[in-house]
Design a protein around this ligand. Structure first.
Ligand code: SAH
Ligand code: SF4
Length: 353
């Protein structure tokens, strides 16, 4: 089978995915990107969804080998935003016409069940935004409480679909647990996001093919695929960063395989490549997740160094994104950008007003 035939297949086998990820000829890679862009157009249209991130705490009880927030990084000064600061920042985000708030943090159990529930409930009272939680692996009861409080979505990346690598990067955690958490979140009615990093130490192309297949098996609503960036004061500080082209190829193949999912052009990609956001949006992505964490906290959320747009203020950031998105003939969505898999009746959008 030639490349053209593979690109036009409805379903790709693992071998075909590996073949596409391994493409090296520029014209062949461009054919893959063009096809992914067409599939994105067909399933998502031209709208780009913005999700405003608030990094509510950089405390973390985990020790993921790749991440600058790991518990054993004693060089990082730690912060935890107050509920009032978080709720106010959420309101500010919606004033910019952004209708999804992502609350992200390390696994910080001081942000306990009730506190997070209070924050979710308060944001829901004050705004019409969807709320995505990205707080790491938490208790099943906590997920349930937060859903009842009004949370809409949960983002928990599987990071790698290779269980051996997963155990090498996370000494205390198992891939099978992460998968159980994602399945439980889906049962609770969350729209679920997961995904993986490209270029993690010891990772192979076969592992990346399995990442894409796991995203399919999990029936995700969003698949976030971004490059690994070595972070100081971590065991992987001297490792090589993920390859930008391989990241773009993976996003493109993910679009061909997963079809009606949201795929973000990640900040990590934009950090490694000045044009990363545009490149991502041109190879299958339809989401951008700008950072609205207020200073001085933002500088301290150092998952990896030199994050793109670290010094932008929210007004500039919104305007800059609009220019970039419109420059490629796309437009910013004014909707919540819910799952592409659910009908409006299936989406729980509880309002407490
Ligand atoms: N604690 C939560 C959310 C914060 S971490 C969690 O782990 O889910 C959010 C994401 O940052 C992780 O899922 C991981 O994919 C990404 N990340 C961590 N370290 C990174 C690094 N060095 N380079 C690129 N992305 C990284
Ligand atoms: Fe903590 Fe998440 Fe970083 Fe792991 S990836 S150390 S859980 S913040």
């Amino acid at each position: 089978m030639n490349l053209e035939q593979i690109l036009n297949k409805e379903e790709l086998t693992r071998e075909e995915i590996i073949f596409l990820l391994g493409l090296t000829a520029r014209d062949e890679i461009e054919s893959l990107f063009k096809k992914a862009d067409e599939v994105r157009q067909q399933y998502c249209g031209d709208e780009v969804h913005l999700r405003g991130i608030i990094e509510i705490s950089n405390y973390c009880d985990q020790n993921c080998f790749y991440c600058g927030l790991r518990e054993e990084n004693f060089n990082l000064s730690r912060y935890r935003m107050t509920p009032e600061e978080i709720i106010e920042t959420a309101r500010l985000i919606t004033n910019f016409g952004i209708n999804t708030i992502v609350l992200q943090s390390g696994e910080d159990h001081i942000l306990d069940t009730d506190l997070i529930a209070y924050i979710i409930y308060s944001i829901k009272q004050k705004t019409d935004a969807a709320i995505t939680l990205s707080l790491g692996e938490r208790g099943f009861d906590e997920y349930r409480t937060w859903k009842i409080a009004g949370a809409d979505r949960y983002l928990l990346k599987h990071e790698t679909a290779n269980p051996k690598l997963y155990s090498a990067y996370h000494l205390k955690q198992k891939l099978s647990d992460r998968i159980s958490h994602l399945k439980f979140l889906k049962i609770l009615g969350y729209q679920i996001g997961s995904g993986n990093m490209i270029g993690l130490p010891m990772q192979t192309i076969d592992d990346i093919a399995d990442d894409i297949l796991l995203c399919k098996e999990l029936d995700l609503d969003m698949a976030a695929i971004g490059p690994f960036i070595p972070s100081p004061h971590t065991p992987y500080r001297l490792k090589k960063p993920g390859d930008v082209d391989l990241t773009l190829k993976t996003m493109a193949v993910a679009r061909l395989v997963l079809k009606n999912v949201h795929i973000p052009a990640t900040t990590a990609l934009a950090t490694l490549d000045e044009e990363g956001r545009i490149k991502g949006l041109n190879v299958g992505a339809n989401v951008v997740m700008p950072d609205f964490t207020p200073t001085p906290y933002r500088e301290q959320y150092q998952i990896y160094p030199d994050r793109k747009c670290m010094n932008d203020n929210p007004l500039n950031c919104r305007a800059c994104l609009q220019i970039q998105i419109e420059s490629i003939g796309r437009r910013i969505s004014s909707t919540r950008g819910d799952s592409l898999k659910l009908s409006p009746q299936q989406i729980t959008n509880w309002s407490f007003k």
